[in-house]
Design a protein around this ligand. Structure first.
Ligand SMILES: NC(=O)c1ccc[n+]([C@@H]2O[C@H](COP(=O)([O-])OP(=O)(O)OC[C@H]3O[C@@H](n4cnc5c(N)ncnc54)[C@H](O)[C@@H]3O)[C@@H](O)[C@H]2O)c1
Length: 334
């Protein structure tokens, strides 16, 4: 996937040269604005970029905020040849993508993801969205013109947000031997966010999968490893359990199912999860988790499809018998 660059915010000028945008607006939230906006504004000072600041929080990833941004773009005379830059975590990159893809049927879009989750996942792959009745119910597929990953931005990230992204990195480690080997050599979350190689290779896994399947009809589903159970746990907790923490439990469930069906060594996953201090146990009655899984929008035609590790770097996509899921979730009960 072209346009994903590892570098420094101060080097952003080189990325926009070929676009030569008419106007530049920078969408960010109130938290990230205090930390990283000045650096972006300084780097683009020759272009008089206009900041658009939204409140911090998932609940603002909605139609009202999208409308606010569309209004602001209209007021400043934004055109299709103008550039909207999303600077922030996945909430900002998702809504920036959604607004850029819909305003005048599509403007230029650049993303500067500032959370680990956004760098390895949300900003990669072209999915945009806002919440509407349910999570990400309205959205588009729209590839940005560039994604600039500056890992220095992760130095201001609270530990809980680092861990939230680590679950996705562990997912990539199950999908890819190279990521697995790098992660085995890393001991702490801090070391992980200092490893550009780890983040680079994680991004490469997502890029490889997405390039083969942009609209999630087939292969892209392997990125759902850990998410079948993870989404159900998130939902049952009314989103009090953070995505990565729920996915972590989902990864353990998938690994244990892999052990039952294919003799996968689930300890390989459990060790990584323990090392980074993510949760291993299922906090809900197994029947409730299965019920919630059946409601998921990614449950195809009502079937519960699991991504199951056969070995590191090799997974199978298949329907799993309900009694096996209940057994594993029961064993994992906290
Ligand atoms: N489009 C996709 O493919 C995709 C994939 C995964 C997740 N997502 C979406 O991503 C969102 C979650 O993303 P997230 O976990 O990044 O959450 P987030 O955007 O809410 O960021 C988490 C918190 O970290 C703060 N923050 C961001 N960067 C910071 C920094 N450098 N220093 C200090 N604080 C910082 C934010 O202000 C926020 O409070 C969800 O809405 C989810 O649906 C999208």
């Amino acid at each position: 996937m072209e346009g994903i660059v590892f570098g420094k915010i101060e080097d952003i000028e080189g990325l926009i040269e070929s676009l030569s945008p008419f106007k530049i607006a920078i969408l960010t939230n109130s938290t990230v604005a205090n930390l990283w906006l000045k650096e972006v504004l300084d780097a683009l000072s020759d272009h008089s970029p206009i900041p658009i600041i939204i409140p911090d929080g998932e609940k603002y990833k909605d139609l009202e905020t999208a409308r606010y941004i569309w209004d602001r773009l209209y007021e400043i005379g934004f055109t299709r040849k103008s550039l909207l830059i999303g600077l922030g975590g996945g909430v900002v990159t998702d809504i920036a993508g959604f607004v850029a893809s819909t305003y005048m049927r599509g403007t230029y879009l650049g993303l500067i993801p500032t959370t680990l989750l956004a760098q390895v996942d949300a900003a990669i792959g072209g999915k945009t969205g806002i919440n509407f009745h349910g999570k990400n119910m309205i959205g588009t597929f729209y590839l940005p013109n560039f994604v600039l990953i500056d890992i220095r931005t992760l130095t201001t990230l609270p530990l809980v947000e680092v861990l939230n992204g680590m679950a996705e990195v562990i997912k990539y480690a199950v999908l890819d031997k190279e990521v697995y080997n790098i992660l085995k050599g890393i001991s702490t979350p801090k070391e992980a966010i200092e490893s550009e190689e780890l983040i680079r290779k994680s991004v490469a896994v997502k890029v490889r999968v997405v390039e083969e399947d942009l609209k999630e009809s087939g292969k892209r589903r392997i990125l759902n490893l850990g998410h079948t159970v993870g989404h159900a746990i998130e939902k049952l907790s009314n989103y009090k359990i953070k995505h990565g923490f729920a996915v972590s439990v989902g990864l353990v469930a998938a690994a244990k199912i892999g052990e039952e069906l294919y003799g996968f060594d689930s300890e390989k996953v459990i060790e990584l999860i323990k090392k980074f201090g993510l949760p291993l146990h299922n906090p809900f009655p197994p029947e409730k988790v299965v019920e919630a899984m059946k409601m998921d929008k990614k449950a195809w035609y009502g079937k519960i499809i699991f991504i199951i590790p056969i070995d590191i770097g090799n997974v199978s996509i298949e329907e799993v018998p309900e009694d096996l899921i209940l057994k594993v979730l029961g064993e994992m009960r906290s």
